[in-house]
Design a protein around this ligand. Structure first.
Ligand code: SF4
Length: 371
């Protein structure tokens, strides 16, 4: 919650006009108390509330085509595609299921139609999001829907195939390492969807994962990562982790360090555990002192930064396909907007694909020449 409130503060100081929407907005008074100058606060799923606030504070441009697509608050060349809402898991540090309920998958025909409309409107990259992308369709028992008149099952593999046919980049977020995820890696190797997986592992100690009630078994994760890389050697794997979860011992933390050493993940975020009001984990014994949580986070990030840096260094001399976000700045298949690094070069127009030969790398970004 602290991070979200900080992000709102940053947006206010940079932009001045901020509308807050989502889980935090549903908690009465929390945002308004800390940031009384936000223009409006709405809860999750409240598209109408957001649009009303947007129209109240900004005149609505009339565009009959994009009006049909609905709200889209990203640059014109990429878009988030929400495929489901809610979650069937009950991770002990998370309150999303209590606020948004169990998984509800959107019909595959509707998702595919929205994706097609977006691509027709000029979107070059679709970012597939949900609370658990790999569980898509579980709630409707993988019911058959229709895409372009053809019967298609409501499940991740079929959705990836359908999206892969649209000719835009398709990037998957919030995928859990279930066995069936292996089936979509060949689509990445064939270039039909981006070779990029955002998999929130959170920890590597089986004991802590059990206390967290995380989906998917810990032991098989490394094996799975190796298998993905053997099918698609170019795959970029991004993940997030938590240090200092209640009960985490030095031994558990060592297992986490061992894991990142062996997994050699490309992109990693790490948070020191902070309790969320209403989360089951608050009742767990043996909380970890603040300084220990932080110190473990620092140790973790120091080592991971070295791994990530080496991974970026290995790209020097390669020529990468880059989607331009603004002149001189773009992203390769390995870089999701907002969360990963960028590729810097001279020239380019937003939404254009260019080829860039990499000359140099630092901790986060790549630098190169346009071919
Ligand atoms: S953290 Fe766990 S419970 Fe929360 S949305 Fe993700 S999978 Fe679901």
């Amino acid at each position: 919650m602290e991070e979200s409130l900080d992000a709102i503060g940053e947006a206010l100081s940079e932009n001045g006009k901020v509308i807050v929407t989502g889980c935090l907005g549903a908690k009465e008074g929390v945002v308004a108390k800390v940031h009384p100058s936000v223009l409006a606060i709405t809860g999750p799923h409240d598209t109408a509330g957001v649009m009303q606030a947007v129209h109240q504070h900004l005149p609505k441009p009339h565009d009959p085509y994009t009006d049909l697509i609905g709200v889209k608050l990203t640059p014109p060349h990429y878009a988030y595609l929400k495929i489901s809402e809610g979650c069937n898991h009950r991770c002990t540090f998370c309150i999303i299921p209590s606020m948004r309920g169990d998984l509800v998958s959107r019909p595959i025909g509707e998702v595919a139609q929205e994706a097609e409309n977006l691509v027709k409107a000029g979107v070059r990259e679709l970012l597939v999001v949900s609370q658990d992308t790999s569980a898509y369709g579980v709630d409707v028992k993988y019911r058959t829907g229709f895409v372009g008149g053809k019967p298609v099952k409501t499940r991740m593999l079929d959705l990836c195939r359908a999206l892969g046919d649209l000719g835009a980049w398709v990037r998957l977020h919030y995928v859990y390492p279930y066995p069936h995820v292996d089936d979509i890696i060949p689509l990445m190797a064939q270039g039909r969807i981006l070779p990029y997986l955002d998999v929130p592992f959170q920890h590597a100690s089986p004991r802590i994962l059990k206390l967290m009630k995380r989906p998917a078994s810990a032991e098989k994760v490394l094996e799975r990562v190796r298998k993905w890389r053997s099918i698609c050697p170019d795959i970029t794997i991004r993940s997030t982790f938590i240090t200092g979860f209640p009960g985490e011992t030095e031994e558990d933390f060592s297992q986490l360090m061992q894991f990142i050493e062996e997994a050699q993940l490309d992109r990693v975020g790490c948070f020191a555990y902070s309790p969320v009001q209403g989360a089951a984990a608050n009742g767990l014994p043996d909380p970890v002192p603040e300084d220990v949580k932080e110190e473990r986070k620092q140790r973790f990030m120091l080592r991971q930064q070295e791994i990530s840096r080496n991974k970026l260094q290995a790209k020097i001399g390669k020529t990468l396909k880059v989607l331009v976000d603004e002149p001189g700045v773009g992203r390769s298949s390995a870089d999701a907007p907002e969360i990963d690094g960028v590729v810097r070069f001279k020239g380019g127009k937003p939404g254009e694909f260019v080829s860039v030969t990499i000359d140099r790398a630092d901790e986060h970004d790549l630098y190169g020449r346009r071919l």
